[in-house]
Design a protein around this ligand. Structure first.
Ligand code: ZN
Length: 250
């Protein structure tokens, strides 16, 4: 039976590429196009993928786009503060309604991630280009489907604990860095009807979003956080009639 494609919006701040030749050389079309290309290659007809960027009107996230997005990916770093609160509120509402959200790398400090987590979302960091080894610590999880026990990124920015997040509902990846730190690199939460996945790799000067294993993780995550059809639950808080007769007690 054919199912409707998952409608994905890849959101990107898209500022580093305009200011840094090194980043532009790594991502000539922008990081969003690399992420989108990976999803199109991995998911084919299972997904329809569009991009949206900060400097577009409404940051590319019009009401029409939001209403027609099942899963959003979010990469931001240098301009978190420029994202309009009204847009953040709309994205937040869509997550509670069931839209999946995949927050990438420095998106840990984005307004939307902090609003969804309710904590500071800080972490240790160091940018020297060190080896990261990612361990899958939840091999039965759908996001780990088809992935090896561990894989390596030759160079990545170190993100280290303590990562100031609520305890994840599910932990999928643990990152270890050459300098000794560890990090909860792949974490899932549920907020309202929506699923949120945070995935740590993706510093702008390293080509992680061309890496087939990273692409596989993000494609698996899109399928995992996509809303399930037919959930009958209301997010409203209605005063409700009893299912069976009650004799009120004084
Ligand atoms: Zn970074």
């Amino acid at each position: 039976m054919a199912t409707a494609p998952i409608r994905v919006t890849v959101w990107h701040e898209f500022r580093h590429e305009k200011k840094s030749e090194k980043v532009l050389a790594t991502y000539p079309k922008g990081m969003h196009e690399a992420i989108a290309e990976g999803l199109r290659d991995s998911l084919g007809a299972q997904a329809s993928v569009r991009t949206a960027t900060l400097d577009e009107p409404c940051h590319g996230l019009t009401d029409e786009v939001l209403a027609n997005t099942d899963v959003m990916t979010w990469w931001g770093h240098t301009a978190h503060g420029e994202v309009q609160d009204a847009i953040v509120d709309k994205v937040h509402k869509r997550v509670l309604e069931g839209m999946g959200l995949i927050v990438l790398h420095s998106g840990h400090y984005s307004k939307i991630f902090r609003k969804l987590m309710g904590t500071g979302c800080g972490l240790k960091w160091r940018e020297v280009g060190e080896l990261e080894r990612l361990w899958c610590v939840n091999p039965g999880h759908p996001i780990a489907d088809g992935l090896p026990e561990h894989f390596e990124l030759p160079s990545e920015e170190m993100y280290g604990e303590l990562f100031d997040i609520p305890q994840p509902d599910e932990l999928v990846f643990l990152g270890w860095f050459e300098g000794g730190e560890v990090f909860r690199s792949g974490c899932c939460w549920t907020r309202g009807k929506g699923k949120v996945f945070y995935f740590q790799p993706g510093h702008e000067t390293y080509p992680q979003y061309f890496n087939p294993t990273i692409r596989k993780v993000i494609a698996n995550a899109v399928q995992y956080v996509a809303p399930r059809a037919g959930s009958p639950y209301s997010l409203a808080a209605p005063n409700t009639k009893p299912l069976s007769p009650i004799t009120p007690r004084k």
